[in-house]
Design a protein around this ligand. Structure first.
Ligand code: SF4
Length: 309
């Protein structure tokens, strides 16, 4: 057996290698070049992961309401994100632009919020659920939800309308000059520490530009507040200002003068004693005496002794 020509052997090897490279390139096989930017894209199939995986539920149940909301179209321009990516629990509601909810959608979303609120067994659980809420369009512009301040250990809950700019930034209701006046009402007027009352709002998210809350926003958000009051064991509610007072009393068009100055009883026995909003009192200090009269009615209802008595 004779020796082959080394030059011919190298040429044959080069041709074989070139054929193999061409075959791999044609079939798209990897391994001959380092991965490029396209290699990081997810592939189709089971390893790519579904963008949305929402468990199905029997129609007619509360879970079904939430599930149907979770599978509706997301707000235009916002990428659809699955629960794992967003950190939301399955059934969290996708946001929708303001003014695009039909009355039926408002009812559905309110029912879904009520179902989620009812599942919260503690204020901490409720706070966490609220922080994740996307039931109305205000979630798109908020910095964070504003749940409440204080413990409500004396049975009194102050209820404002909605967070403002500073509240949205800090996550604490009633900060700034109006908040300081409310703190003075609690500490200097009622003789309590601020943390002994609870301070919350009808809405948990700030309306952009501090505009008035829309009826559908209040309708959807109210079950959070109702569950909050239930978990707090509130006995006396002091709504601050016309909007919060009218909302809690179910008389949105009533004047402040017609609502304040007395106690209203809700079906659950809770006393509602409306008074002026601290921001109004900063502009109209002459009405502070009327506010103080309301606060004394509230203290009597809550069994809080008046200072000096
Ligand atoms: S305002 Fe209320 S209902 Fe709307 S997103 Fe915030 S917490 Fe949810």
């Amino acid at each position: 057996m004779g020796h082959a020509d080394p030059q011919a052997e190298r040429a044959a090897l080069a041709r074989a290698l070139a054929r193999e490279l061409g075959r791999r390139a044609f079939h798209g096989e990897r391994g001959l070049a380092p991965p490029g930017p396209l290699d990081s894209l997810p592939r189709r199939g089971s390893d790519a992961g579904d963008a949305r995986t929402v468990p199905s539920a029997p129609p007619g149940t509360e879970q079904a309401v939430e599930t149907s909301l979770a599978t509706s179209q997301p707000e235009s321009g916002r990428p659809a994100r699955g629960p794992a990516e967003s950190g939301r629990e399955p059934g969290a509601m996708p946001p929708k632009p303001q003014g695009e909810l039909t009355p039926a959608e408002v009812d559905d979303r309110r029912a879904a919020v009520a179902a989620r609120a009812a599942r919260a067994g503690s204020l901490d659980e409720l706070r966490a659920a609220v922080a994740d809420c996307t039931a109305c369009g205000l979630c798109a512009s908020r910095t964070q939800t504003v749940f409440m301040d204080g413990t409500g250990s004396r049975g009194v809950v102050f209820v404002g309308e909605a967070p403002g700019e500073q509240e949205d930034r800090t996550g604490v209701p009633f900060v700034g000059p109006a908040g300081q006046l409310l703190t003075d009402i609690v500490t200097k007027g009622m003789g309590l520490r601020r943390e002994e009352v609870a301070i919350a709002n009808v809405l948990k998210c700030r309306p952009p530009g501090n505009r008035d809350p829309r009826p559908e926003e209040k309708a959807i958000c109210t079950p959070w507040l109702e569950r909050q009051l239930e978990l707090l064991g509130a006995r006396v509610l002091i709504p601050l200002g016309k909007h919060a007072s009218g909302h809690l009393l179910g008389t949105p068009d009533a004047s402040m003068g017609s609502m304040r100055g007395r106690s209203h009883q809700r079906p659950d026995g809770t006393q509602v004693i409306p008074t002026y909003h601290p921001a109004y009192l900063l502009r109209n200090p002459g009405d502070k005496r009327l506010c103080w009269a309301d606060i004394q009615v509230a203290m009597d209802a809550a069994g809080i002794p008046r200072p000096g008595r």
